[in-house]
Design a protein around this ligand. Structure first.
Ligand code: APR
Ligand code: ZN
Length: 281
C-alpha cells in the first residue's frame, strides 16, 4: 500500500549497496513458464529426468531437446518493463548487483550491464564441454542442428517412452573431440559457477548490504535462496515482490521487511522510480 511504498522509497533513496535475487516470476509476464506455480515446468515435465547430470547421462538427446525447446521459447518472447527497470537501476547505482536464477537471457536482452548481473544458474545461450575441468571449452549461441534432433521425440509429451537418438547424433566438443557438449545451465545437485560464487562473495565482503529485493522467486532452491539470509546478516532489509502472498523467503519474516503482491513487470518499475525516474507506462 501507499505507506509501504513510501517507506520503501525512503530506504531505497538512502541505499547504495542493493542486491536483487531474481526468479522465474520476473519473466512470467514476458510469457515464459515458471517452475512451481500453475503451468510451471516442473508441473508438466519431470525435473529429475531433465535437469540433473544423471538425466544427461541417461538420455542426452532428451535433455538436449528440453533445453533447445526452452531456448526456442525464450527467443519468442521479449524482456518486460521489470527487466528494463533493473537494468536502469544497475546503470544508476554502481553498488547494485542482480543475482539471477533465470537462464532465459531476458535481462541480458534488456541491456542489463553484465558486470552487475550474476547468472547463478548459467544460461540457455551457452553450451560447454562435459569435461569442465580439463577441456573447459564453451561457446555461446550454439544451435542444436535439426538433423541432430530425433524425429520421433515430441518434447511436449516427455513422459512417452523415448526412442532417443544415439549419442553420436549429439554435438561433440570441437576442442577435445571426446566429450559431448552440454547446455551451459546449472542442474540440480551441481555447484554454481565458480566465477559467479566469487563475484557474489566479493560483493558481500566489500561492505554491508542495505537491501535485497526478492523478485518472482519461490526462494526454495539453494544455494541461491541462501543469499537472502547472507544479505540479512549484512544488515539488509528484505523487499519481496511476488504474485503469491504465501511465497515468503525461507528464514521467516522480519519487522521492517516489505512485501509487494502482484506482477513484477508492473511493480518493479514503480518501486525503482525514485532512482530510475518515471518509466513510460
Ligand atoms: N510476478 C511476480 N511473481 C510471480 C509472477 C509474476 N508475474 N508469476 C509467478 N510469480 C512467483 C510465484 O508465486 C513463485 O513464487 O514467482 C515464483 C516462481 O517460483 P518458481 O517457479 O519456483 O521459480 P524460481 O523460484 O525461479 O525457481 C528457482 O529452481 O528449478 C530451479 O533452476 C531452476 O532457477 C530455477 C530455480
Ligand atoms: Zn571438450
Amino acid at each position: 500500500d501507499a505507506e509501504d511504498l513510501a517507506s520503501f522509497h525512503e530506504h531505497l533513496n538512502k541505499s547504495t549497496r542493493v542486491l536483487a535475487l531474481l526468479g522465474a516470476g520476473l519473466s512470467a509476464s514476458s510469457g515464459l513458464p515458471t517452475f512451481r506455480g500453475a503451468g510451471g515446468l516442473w508441473r508438466t515435465h519431470d525435473s529429475v529426468s531433465l535437469a540433473t547430470p544423471e538425466a544427461f547421462n541417461t538420455d542426452s538427446s532428451l535433455v538436449w531437446q528440453f533445453y533447445s525447446y526452452r531456448r526456442h521459447m525464450a527467443l519468442q518472447v521479449q524482456p518486460n518493463p521489470a527487466h528494463y527497470a533493473l537494468a536502469k537501476l544497475a546503470r544508476k547505482m554502481p553498488g547494485f548487483q542482480a543475482l539471477s536464477q533465470n537462464v532465459d537471457g531476458l535481462s541480458q536482452r534488456a541491456d542489463h550491464p553484465p558486470g552487475q548481473l550474476q547468472l547463478l544458474h548459467g544460461t540457455l545461450f551457452e553450451v560447454r564441454c562435459m569435461d569442465r575441468g580439463r577441456c573447459g571449452h564453451s561457446e555461446t549461441n550454439f544451435v542444436l542442428q535439426a538433423k541432430q534432433q530425433s524425429k520421433d521425440l515430441d518434447i511436449s509429451d516427455v513422459k512417452v517412452p523415448l526412442a532417443s537418438v544415439k549419442t553420436h547424433d549429439l554435438p561433440v566438443c570441437p576442442k577435445c573431440k571426446q566429450y559431448l557438449l552440454r547446455p551451459g545451465v546449472v542442474w540440480f545437485g551441481e555447484s554454481l559457477p565458480e566465477q559467479v560464487l566469487d563475484n557474489v562473495d566479493k560483493f558481500m565482503d566489500a561492505g554491508g548490504v542495505d537491501m535485497i529485493m526478492v523478485i518472482g522467486t519461490s526462494a526454495k532452491v539453494y544455494p541461491a535462496a541462501g543469499y537472502i539470509e547472507d544479505a540479512r546478516a549484512k544488515g539488509a532489509r528484505v523487499c519481496v515482490v511476488n504474485m503469491d502472498e504465501n511465497d515468503r523467503p525461507a528464514g521467516g519474516w522480519k519487522k521492517g521487511d516489505w512485501f509487494f503482491k502482484g506482477d513484477a513487470a508492473t511493480l518493479v518499475p514503480r518501486l525503482l522510480e525514485p532512482v530510475i525516474g518515471r518509466v513510460e507506462p
